[in-house]
Design a protein around this ligand. Sequence first.
Ligand SMILES: [Fe+2]
Ligand SMILES: [Fe+2]
Length: 359
Amino acid sequence: MCGIIGLFTGCQAVTFCPRASARVDPAASSASAAGPADEYRSPFRSWYDRASVRRAPRRTGDTAEDPVHYFPPDHVPVAAHPLVKALAPDLFEQVLIQHLYRYQDFTSKLEHLVVNRTAMGIAHGTIGVRLPEEMRLDAYKVYCDEAYHALSAAEVIQQVRDRTDVEPRLPAQPYFLTRLEQILQSCDQDLRPLVEILFVVVSETLISGNLADIPDDPGVLPMVSEVVRDHAVDEGRHHTYFAIFLRHLWGQLDERTRRRAGRYVPQLIETFLAPDTESIEAELRDYGMGRDQAAQVVAEVFSRETVLAFGQAAARQTVRHFAGLGVLEDPRTAEEFHRYGLLEPASATSAPVPALREQ
Ligand SMILES: [Fe+2]
Ligand SMILES: [Fe+2]
């Protein structure tokens, strides 16, 4: 679901749902860059009837009984570790609640601060990509959806905090935003707007983990499950839309710009998929876990092999979209995808990743 899937890196319960990939327009992943003659078949044809912002009731936990958990433990990577399982029950529940907060905070900031900047640019034709008029109008729908997802996420945090008195331990800015800023700083200035747009494309096409499992979990607060489900349904349309958008965008870039920008894609994918081990370790220490033990949990849950395997599976569809446009035909770009473990075999990623200044 958007790039949020990175928060579930290492989670054994997350599978990569074939239903999610089935929602992707196959033409969008296999065709070469779109030309002006391409017809646009909008994934938003039923938006007025089906979008969560249009049809879903407000999700609240007001009348719900206390749940077994505020978030399913099998969707919280560190919760599977024996040292975390051994925490007192109230502390173990706090681990789940803080994961829920991180997830919702990530959602809210991603949608408002990043995705909607690009959606607005597409809607108003200010990002320099020629698109069918219907695609521009659909960007207004993306904007409405994402604004609603951000609001729903913020309300989940507020309501769970009020029910549990567990205060969110959230950074001033989620780690993905810090990483994005670092990547943009490392880019040549003329490339920054394009790399930011590619970040949105990556975010919107990273395949949803099987978070649809959450709505079926009877032990979880219904509001949490409902908000996740509402969001997942909308994101199926977004995935299709941004795969088509990428074809238009790529088709209008010159060869040199494609090469320069394409080399950043693996970093953009990694930005979402690498776990924020520092803050998770700090959180575990706050529960009274020793420094060595907290480090051990993080090292074992987020082993290099686990992170690479998860990233490869989560990004498979995104990589296909770029590969279908010929992005991997540039040897240096293909090497970058290998370095980040995004292509088989994952073991080809052991070399350090260089900065991408050279053109
Ligand atoms: Fe969203
Ligand atoms: Fe989205």
